[in-house]
Write a protein of this length. Structure first.
Length: 58
């Protein structure tokens, strides 16, 4: 999967996938061949953080 460069679009896309298809960030990253650390770092740089309880980025 090619990730968008815009962090807001990236966050939105990840939250949509988490809501509609995956029960966890780890499952999403494994299935879509995404480096979980890189994804979290990119979103953290924009001020977003993953919350496993709600299965979404805030």
């Amino acid at each position: 999967m090619t990730l968008p460069n815009d962090p807001y679009i990236l966050m939105s896309q990840m939250n949509m996938l988490l809501r509609d298809r995956y029960d966890s960030l780890a499952e999403l990253c494994a299935s879509e061949d995404i480096d979980e650390n890189d994804l979290c770092r990119r979103l953290a740089d924009a001020g977003f953080e993953y919350d496993g309880k709600y299965n979404k980025f805030w």
